[in-house]
Design a protein around this ligand. Structure first.
Ligand SMILES: [Zn+2]
Length: 302
């Protein structure tokens, strides 16, 4: 394939993946990734067994997959980059050749974080920006600009902070959203709305909460999350809606007293006293301790 066609197809694929993920609530199922078709032909977007997808017709890598073990992945690094180990064998041959080609040409690629079997959070585009031969790893960044910064180990503090912030926005927050929305079978915990694109993962204890004094932190774990539709998420964050540790929805008194149209009536007032829609797996249920801490903030406002 000529370079322009390859670039165009890459961008088309990245756009398709991000659109599908948005419709699903931030993730794709394995079958969607394996079943992608282009020009009437099957073009799988992941290599299920090897974790790196190098289509024969492509000069550079199309996608890499990494499996999550716990909330963070083993290729994720504190420095805000992904350290992707060379594939076995010759560092200049095999799969490594096409990764190196992506580094040379700046070709955008797809990174998939496998949260659990068959469920993938896409992050795209990402770029292979550097090679650490002594670590036998390629460095992958969330912004192409890092190709031009020289040795990434010598970055100034503002650039380091930018890299870490990007990793949080582009990878850690979307991965948290996938885990939470998938745990709640793509439904709002309050109203059961079943449209992934209208769902968020809300933190129970906010991620800004350091938690030294009370032992509770804003960890990106499913038990610190709630799958909520956009309106219930905003209402929860503003303490207009509370969730008690026994999994009941409460609406603030002043909202209950108000008279207005159907959104207030059906969307908020009628949720008062309802029990929460819980995750399918008991281990994913929201932590009662965290809910209690948060419910106290709601009560102080209400
Ligand atoms: Zn809702």
């Amino acid at each position: 394939m000529d370079p322009v066609s390859e670039r165009t197809l890459r961008e088309l694929i990245i756009g398709w993946v991000l659109e599908r993920a948005e419709a699903n609530g931030g993730f794709l199922h394995r079958e969607e990734l394996l079943g992608f078709r282009h020009g009437g032909e099957r073009l799988p977007l992941i290599d299920f067994s090897r974790g790196i997808r190098n289509p024969a017709a492509f000069s550079a890598t199309l996608s890499i997959v990494s499996s999550a073990h716990g909330p963070y992945d083993d290729v994720e690094s504190e420095d805000g980059f992904l350290h992707y180990a060379y594939r076995s064998g010759d560092p200049f041959g095999g799969d490594n050749r096409k990764l190196r080609e992506a580094m040379t040409t700046g070709a955008p690629l797809l990174f998939f974080r496998k949260e659990q079997p068959n469920i993938y959070t896409p992050v795209a585009p990402v770029y292979v920006v550097e090679d650490y031969p002594e670590e036998r790893a390629f460095v992958i960044a969330f912004d192409e600009a890092f190709r031009y910064f020289g040795d990434l180990r010598d970055l100034g503090e503002p650039q380091r902070a930018y890299a870490r912030r990007l990793a949080k926005q582009r990878l850690h927050q979307p991965a948290f959203r996938t885990r939470v929305i998938h745990a709640y079978t793509t439904r709002c915990a309050v109203c059961r709305l079943h449209h992934g694109s209208l769902l968020d993962a809300a933190h129970i204890v906010p991620d800004s909460h350091a938690g030294a004094a009370d032992g509770l932190d804003g960890a990106p774990t499913v038990d610190n999350g709630l799958s909520l539709c956009k309106i219930h998420h905003s209402a929860y964050d503003q303490n207009m809606l509370g969730i008690s540790p026994d999994y009941r929805v409460q609406i603030a008194l002043d909202l209950l007293a108000e008279t207005d149209g159907p959104m207030l009536r059906h969307g908020l007032q009628e949720m008062h006293g309802r029990s929460l829609h819980l995750p399918a797996r008991r281990g994913d249920a929201p932590s009662r301790e965290r809910l209690a801490w948060r419910f106290e903030q709601f009560r102080q406002r209400a």
